[in-house]
Ligand binder design. Structure first.
Ligand code: TRP
Length: 489
């Protein structure tokens, strides 16, 4: 049943001469969900921010795809201090729940309307209820008493329109199974950093927390680890000013799109993937539908942003092949315009396990170096790489592992060491300790930054919240397009 307050508000503004229509939608406080369920985008909706400007309260109406420029507001109002009203102040002034602001509040004497709001003929805004929105003609908004049109907002960094910047999109993610280790850093994060710092790309990096539930997990660990990965990202130099950094589960559209994608992927194809077989072997009895769907969700992660480049380790190539197949089929059957994403390889795309067998990974204790390890710990681990030599001078897997690290960290000396190995004079301990020191030297600045970030949880919360908002803006647009093309909208 409709809240009588919504009807009252609608009548109240009608009396001011603001014609309006009430739109119903699933109850949500999330703007992206609301606009996508109304088959609109963020640029079709506007929100009212209630702010404390020196000692009075003002309302500011701005489009939802814009960010308020506080400096411009201050200049416009000729004031010094500006902040968002607290939840208590908000409720006291408007009688509404925080987040439910409406355009017209009789208790507020001044309303600034950003001029970008007027670019559309109609705009959708709040109704005071999370289940309804109200559509108005934008030119009527000026009838709000005490309102004026100003220029105080900027289009946000990432627009809802996927073709906005013309830049190539990049997406990558790491599962939330623990803190990052050296294999993740060299295989994926270094590539992420390189692309982030290249102005030709628009980069989105997530923690794949939904993928974490495809294998056995504990709730507490998952909750902790998805945050740890974000801390690791930031400490490694991923920058929320340059990249969209977010948690996969916060953008539910990934899961929705994955289901649509699953209609063009066959069970047989998924069952035969080497990654699926390995995981089933590792966790017998946990051969779940989620695990089978893993590559489809990953395809959705990438394609929902129409990303064409994916910095990940070489072991992810079979998953990228699936993503390309899905893109092709979707484009063929439904006329979508998904790119066929390619892998972006780094020099350290395959980091072997310290055990001398397989790749460095969280699942095998003693196989990996943590990015937070001390020099002592690194030294101990590297020294434990099995380097006993075989007769005939052939390289054992352990020796090969050591040379992989020597190639990455001691590149100017590696030829010399190879010669020494061949004539049997190589001092393994010396090489091992040199590698350990080089690794530690690279990790030290990371470790210092990590401590600082860990100590500032409110900064972290802000990064996570804003990242999800930016990601959702793009993702909901793609889902809307796909639904339209598939006959679901
Ligand atoms: N499968 C990736 C891994 O295990 C993690 C991942 C999930 C991912 N979604 C992604 C990587 C999208 C790149 C893009 O490393």
């Amino acid at each position: 049943m409709m809240d009588s307050k919504v009807l009252e508000y609608s009548d109240q503004i009608k009396k001011l001469g603001i014609e309006n229509t009430i739109l119903e939608h699933p109850t949500s406080k999330n703007i992206d969900e609301v606009v996508s369920s109304l088959a609109l985008t963020r640029s079709d909706s506007a929100a009212t921010l209630i702010m404390k400007a020196d000692d009075e309260f003002v309302a500011i109406i701005r489009c939802d795809d814009c960010k308020l420029d506080n400096k411009k507001v201050k200049k416009n109002l000729g004031i010094e201090n500006l902040r968002i009203a607290t939840a208590e102040e908000f409720t006291k002034l408007t009688g509404l729940q925080p987040g439910a602001a409406i355009y017209f509040n009789p208790s507020i004497k001044k309303t600034l309307i950003d001029k970008k709001v007027l670019e559309k003929e109609y705009i959708v805004g709040g109704s005071g209820s999370f289940s309804y929105s109200i559509k108005h003609k934008t030119k009527d908004l000026i009838k709000i008493p005490g309102s004026q049109i100003v220029n105080v907002a900027e289009k946000a960094l990432i627009m809802t329109e996927t073709k906005y910047s013309g830049k190539k999109r990049v997406l990558s993610g790491i599962r939330a199974t623990g803190r990052l280790h050296l294999g993740n850093y060299l295989g994926a994060v270094k590539g992420m950093l390189e692309l982030q710092n290249n102005p030709e790309y628009e980069t989105l990096y997530m923690v794949a927390d939904v993928h974490t539930i495809t294998t056995p997990f504990t709730i507490e660990e998952l909750r902790k680890n998805r945050r740890e990965v974000i801390i690791d990202y930031l400490a490694a130099g991923l920058d929320p000013e340059k990249s969209v950094i977010f948690q996969q589960s916060e953008v539910a559209q990934h899961i929705e799109l994955a289901f649509y994608f699953s209609s063009v992927a066959t069970i047989a194809r998924m069952q035969h993937l080497p990654t699926f077989k390995e995981k089933v072997k590792l966790h017998p009895g946990h051969s779940t539908m989620a695990l089978l769907n893993y590559p489809i969700l990953m395809a959705s992660d990438i394609l929902i942003y129409k990303a064409s480049l994916v910095p990940v380790g070489i072991d992810q190539e079979p998953h990228l092949e699936v993503a390309r197949e899905i893109a092709r089929k979707m484009n063929q059957f439904y006329g979508t315009d998904f790119p066929e994403p390619k892998r972006f390889a780094t020099k350290g795309e395959y980091i072997p396990s310290l055990k001398g067998e397989g790749k460095m990974g969280k699942s095998v204790e003693g196989s990996y170096i943590n990015l937070t390890d001390s020099l002592d710990e690194i030294q101990k681990k590297i020294r434990s790489v099995p380097t006993a030599t075989k007769a005939g001078g052939e390289m054992t897997p352990g020796v090969k592992t050591l040379f992989t690290f020597a190639n990455l960290y001691l590149s100017s000396e590696v030829e010399k060491y190879k010669k020494e190995f061949n004539n049997g004079t190589l001092q393994f301990v010396t090489v091992k300790d040199e590698i350990s020191e080089a690794i530690y030297k690279e990790l030290q600045p990371f470790q210092e930054r990590r401590k600082k970030i860990e100590a500032d949880q409110s900064y972290l919360n802000k990064v996570i919240k804003e990242g999800a908002e930016k990601a959702r803006a793009i993702a909901s647009q793609t889902v809307k397009e796909v639904r339209e093309k598939m006959g679901l909208l």
